[in-house]
Design a protein around this ligand. Structure first.
Ligand code: 13P
Length: 251
């Protein structure tokens, strides 16, 4: 059975006080969870220690939104895997389209980041997604295949247990425009098939593939009902405890 996961990517939102408030609201609502979905929250770097300590005795995992590819050194302003580990964070989101777009993260760089994270025992939520233009040109399958091929399909078969994939069509992020359940299922099945071809069916069947892009309680039930959709990577709706938990309850 694949793990069901609902992860909140808080992006550059919530200062320390707001982080504490939101974490408390989420924690308080976990007793209303009606299934065993794995919850993950990804606050900003400055609030990771607080989050990790606050959630220590819970089943909610804390993830970082990024990490540097190098282990340490003269990389002003960057955060290493060891720094994350030392505050109790062992999960990281990599390859988010905002990192690719605004921070120039390339496929080879992401490959390096994935390797560094895996080497240090991290779980990686690896994001892929096509732009609107790429979808309109009917290039979306090719784009996703390349993103996986150049950044992820180098890893050893054994390490796939540490990987979660998030399919986030760029045109659906923060736009209110969700991929239809059919579009999500089609791409998730395609991704799983690629993993089966490159590795094997058992590996492919074990990987949780999340959908991201304007997920909210109003559409999560239909999305999560799809055979290959194992949960969601949530942006805006994860900043509200009630909607985050509602989404988690929609399997
Ligand atoms: P929204 O849910 O705000 O569209 O963001 C999705 C996302 O980018 C999660 O990583």
């Amino acid at each position: 059975m694949r793990k069901k996961i609902v992860a909140g990517n808080w992006k550059m939102n919530c200062n320390l006080d707001e982080t504490k408030t939101l974490l408390k609201e989420i924690k308080d609502k976990t007793n209303t969870l009606n299934n065993n979905t794995q919850l993950i929250v990804a606050p900003a770097f400055t609030n990771l220690l607080t989050a990790a300590e606050f959630l220590k005795e819970t089943n909610i995992k804390v993830a970082a939104q990024n990490v540097h590819a190098e282990e340490k050194g003269a990389f002003t302003g960057e955060i290493s895997v060891d720094m994350l580990s030392s505050v109790g964070v062992k999960t990281v989101i990599l390859g988010h389209s905002e990192r690719r777009k605004y921070f120039g993260e390339t496929k080879p760089l992401l490959n390096k980041k994935v390797n560094t994270a895996l080497r240090h025992g991290f779980e990686v939520i690896f994001c892929v997604g096509e732009s609107l233009e790429e979808r309109e040109k009917n290039n979306h399958f090719k784009v996703i295949e390349e993103q996986l091929d150049k950044s992820l399909f180098y890893i050893k078969k054994e390490t796939w247990k540490k990987i979660v994939i998030a399919y986030e069509p760029v045109w659906a992020i923060g736009t209110g425009k969700t991929a239809s359940a059919k579009q999500a299922q089609e791409m998730h099945a395609f991704i799983r098939e690629l993993i089966a071809q490159k590795y094997d069916q058992a590996t492919a069947d074990g990987v949780s593939i999340l959908y991201g892009g304007s997920v909210k309680p109003e559409n999560s039930t239909e999305l999560f009902a799809q055979k290959d959709v194992d949960g969601g990577l949530i942006g805006g709706a994860a900043l509200n405890a009630e909607s985050f938990i509602k989404i988690a309850n929609s399997f």
